[in-house]
Design a protein around this ligand. Sequence first.
Ligand code: SAM
Length: 256
Amino acid sequence: MAGSTLDRAREGLRALAGLAPSPVLEARLQRAAGLLPALPSEPRLEDAHWAALLDATTVQETQLFRSPAQLALIEARLPPLLLQARDAERPLRLLSAGCSTGEEAFSLAAIGLHLVHSLAPGARIEVVGVDVSRPALHSAAQGVIGPHLGAPLASVPAHHRPWLVDAGGQPRLHPSLRATLRFERASLLDLPQGLGGFDVILCRNVLIYMDDQARRQVLTELADRLRPGGMLALGATDAAPGGTLRPAGHAVYAHG
Ligand SMILES: C[S@@+](CC[C@H](N)C(=O)[O-])C[C@H]1O[C@@H](n2cnc3c(N)ncnc32)[C@H](O)[C@@H]1O
């Protein structure tokens, strides 16, 4: 493959999604070689050729209730935020930043709905998933629960199963859970202003694929979108975001 074509692809992926050079990225670029000659010189998220390259080079592994101890900590700290949102007559807003096929957003919605029903009747939740991958977002919007990392239901706590499992024991989203979900295609490097602020943001297993500059940019952007008292959850190996966010355990950082 011509070096200049490859370099243009690497540079474009870095500009659009912050993707850092890595053996995984190189292997995926080799597999996607047929897409490279048609790439326009200016990388744009909306361009069909660049979109196809992002689809081919991003890593989509995910699972329901991935990192369950971290999600349990978030669930334990969520009630005051939910009650505060209800008192303010607004929905509690949760963001899955780099949502892949939606399982992280489905898990957040199950946690939120369980708390609404058990502690805060009348409260509302809204879960937004953002990603750059078109096939992943298509699957998320269809509400498909994929097998991905092994058995899809393995980590789902018993009290959340009613939202995620049908009467026959098969993975399936409850209609009231689906009603809380919204998915949007955007890069975390350039989130639309209209996306608004959030009480909880999960950005897990996403920053590991980015270079330092992109990581810093994404963390600044996400911290700015956290509402007072909100929580940001990162991947286990991600560096702490610093600033006004304080570590609360399990790579969860609390605002204020
Ligand atoms: C490994 S998956 C992680 C999914 C989920 N957060 C989890 O932990 O299970 C990484 C996802 O991040 C997305 N992604 C990578 N860079 C992105 C960017 N700059 N903006 C939005 N999504 C991005 C990829 O398309 C992929 O779906």
